[in-house]
Ligand binder design. Structure first.
Ligand SMILES: NC(=O)c1ccc[n+]([C@@H]2O[C@H](COP(=O)([O-])OP(=O)(O)OC[C@H]3O[C@@H](n4cnc5c(N)ncnc54)[C@H](OP(=O)(O)O)[C@@H]3O)[C@@H](O)[C@H]2O)c1
Length: 195
């Protein structure tokens, strides 16, 4: 278990998760941050989890699938949801609503939204009846297993995933996550929007 070295604000909880073998992870949006997470999931791991990618972001998806046998590109976004219950949303925030409107979630789904600035209240509406919604802010350093991923609220499934590509940080409220997101967006180059 890795120890975190950064100072935490009062009330934050940080830890690394235990390892288990999830059925797999689905990613809606296969761009830069998805590529970094998938790369990290496969770095120096004998038995990486199955990964299901949406078909958009074709060149990145194809490249990941050609390098890693545990990665497959699905026929549609809905197909991603049929193959996995742990779902990462990684499309740009401005198209979030349109993309999610076309999907049918189930109560079994745990939705981990990486979309900057899209608040939990909206996400609950747009992914209903998904059982669990978590906002996450992974960093590109996930590719090297060195992301510090902030998440809110706490989630064992998200800890399991993002603990594989670095450490996790759980602030005590959503507003703190937004502040973290705003700070990161400067150097991640991905603007957040206020939804
Ligand atoms: N990059 C970061 O460091 C970072 C960090 C934390 C959070 N985030 C968040 O993660 C999200 C993605 O960021 P990113 O940097 O990875 O962006 P990106 O590289 O632009 O990737 C977005 C991907 O979404 C795909 N896409 C577009 N329309 C789609 C649709 N209808 N269905 C499925 N996929 C679709 C795009 O495919 P095409 O290429 O075919 O258009 C592209 O591959 C953003 O919401 C951002 O706020 C990013």
């Amino acid at each position: 278990m890795r120890q975190l070295s950064l100072p935490s604000e009062s009330g934050d909880q940080r830890s690394s998760p235990p390892r288990s073998s999830p059925a797999g992870y689905g990613f809606v949006g296969a761009g830069e941050i998805t590529a970094a997470i998938v790369e990290g999931l496969n770095a120096d791991v004998a038995d990486p989890p199955a990964v299901f990618l949406s078909p958009r972001g074709r060149s990145i998806g194809r490249e990941l699938a050609s390098r890693f046998p545990n990665v497959q590109v699905c026929d549609s976004n809905q197909d991603v949801l049929e193959n996995a219950t742990s779902i990462v949303l990684a499309v740009r925030p401005l198209i979030a609503r349109a993309v999610l409107a076309e999907l049918s979630f189930r109560p079994q789904h745990v939705v981990m939204s990486a979309m900057a600035g899209v608040r939990l209240e909206r996400l609950r509406d747009w992914t209903s009846p998904a059982g669990r919604i978590v906002r996450v802010i992974p960093l590109p350093q996930a590719a090297r297993g060195q992301s510090l991923t902030a998440m809110y609220p706490d989630s064992a499934v998200a800890r399991e995933l993002f603990g594989r590509v670095g450490d996790v940080l759980v602030p005590s409220k959503e507003e703190t996550l937004d502040a973290f997101s705003a700070a990161c967006s400067t150097w991640c180059g991905v603007p957040s929007i206020g939804y």
